[in-house]
Design a protein around this ligand. Structure first.
Ligand SMILES: [Zn+2]
Length: 377
């Protein structure tokens, strides 16, 4: 298995604001934890320095007017006219260097996709990518440029078919919207239901339109799902559909705001459930472009993506945290002692309630979407 980790420390030159949930420093914390385990020096793996995306690459999806505004806002000065583009509101603040930050996040994902497409590697991970809410001419949900849409657009322009799997706790609305009317991209998003959480979309009946009918798939889940309920829903929907679709590439958005203690949502996943999902993705994805995504509890982000990178490289990462890494996780509020979360036991009635609601979504998809892919209802 050949792999690439696309990264630059330049990400951490930028800050949305001191109090904004998305802290680019989480990327350095992750890289440091990965490094402390020796996982950036593997014989079959390479570390690739991120190259910022150029204007032409950003225009694969975004409108010139929006990009002009974003470039103007790079100075950090706000202007009332920016509000029409989603810029300057609480979620998407104006900050110095925001255009360059966005170029870096986009560029790394384009590089990851090209490394996999060229055959140089089988799996590429870009933890600064996965900014799945951005729209063609509007920032949304902390996302200014939609790196996933750019990279997938480039792949499908070459005639490939892509399965996009989004396990962020929020619906992958920007990516779904971009490919809603094509069968060249199968988008699947598992998320906390839009009835409870931003962006308020991603219901089961959103299944695509025109040629894309049946190629948008949504698994909305009740707030508070645990590992077992989440993994059961994932297993019931994702492997059968992806196998039936038989894509050239699997593209994943690996948001970890599904974890317990994440401040922005209510799911209760642990490293155990996250890894079960990733192991399944790995069996579905001989050619895998992976990005990060949400994740606002910094130590959780670092631990989860370190485990993901280990799994991608077939390395069983020891549970004992290296001394220096433990100290930096503790400075970020981590109270655990190990890389993985301890096992959690759930009250059965809580789980039964969650399971019943999740199964309703699964049943709808089995009845209405599976037959469109030749699968039995
Ligand atoms: Zn999210």
């Amino acid at each position: 298995m050949k792999t690439a980790f696309v990264y630059t420390d330049a990400y951490t030159r930028y800050t949305y604001s001191d109090t904004h949930p998305l802290q680019p420093s989480r990327l350095r914390l992750t890289r440091e934890l990965i490094e402390s385990y020796g996982l950036l020096h593997l014989s079959h793996s390479q570390v690739i320095e991120t190259v910022p995306a150029c204007r032409q690459e950003l225009e694969l999806f975004h409108t010139p007017e929006y990009l002009n505004i974003l470039a103007a806002a790079d100075s950090g000065e706000s202007h009332p006219a920016y509000l029409a583009y989603g810029l300057g509101a609480g979620d998407n603040p104006i900050f110095p260097g925001m255009y360059v930050w966005s170029q870096l996040c986009a560029g790394g994902t384009l590089q990851a996709a090209r490394l996999v497409e060229s055959g140089a590697v089988d799996i590429a991970l870009h933890i600064a990518g996965g900014l799945h809410h951005a729209l063609a001419s509007r920032a949304s949900g902390f996302c200014y440029i939609n790196d996933a849409v750019l990279a997938i657009t480039e792949l499908i322009a070459k005639g490939y078919r892509v399965a996009y799997i989004d396990i962020d706790v929020h619906h992958g609305d920007g990516v779904q919207a971009a490919f809603y009317d094509t069968d060249q991209v199968l988008t699947i998003s598992l998320h906390e239901s839009g009835a409870y959480l931003f962006p308020g979309t991603g219901f089961v009946h959103e299944v695509g339109e025109g040629k894309g009918w049946g190629y948008a798939v949504n698994v909305p889940l009740p707030p508070g799902v645990d590992d077992d309920v989440y993994v059961e829903a994932f297993m019931a929907v994702v492997p059968p559909l992806v196998r039936a679709y038989n894509p050239d590439f699997v593209f994943t958005q690996l948001g970890v705001d599904t974890f317990r203690a994440d401040p922005l949502a209510h799911a209760q996943l642990t490293t155990a459930g996250f890894l079960r999902v990733l192991e399944q993705i790995k069996t579905l994805a001989p050619r895998w472009v992976a990005t990060g995504g949400g994740g606002y509890h910094l130590p959780n982000v670092a631990r989860a993506w370190t485990l993901a990178w280990g799994m991608m490289n077939d390395v069983e990462v020891p549970d004992t945290l290296p001394e220096a890494a433990r100290a930096s996780l503790q400075r970020q509020g981590y109270r655990g002692q190990t890389l993985r979360d301890p096992e959690v036991s759930w009250h059965p009635s809580h789980r039964d309630h969650m399971r019943a609601e999740a199964q309703q979504a699964v049943a709808y998809l089995q009845q209405h979407v599976f037959p469109l892919h030749g699968l039995k209802a």
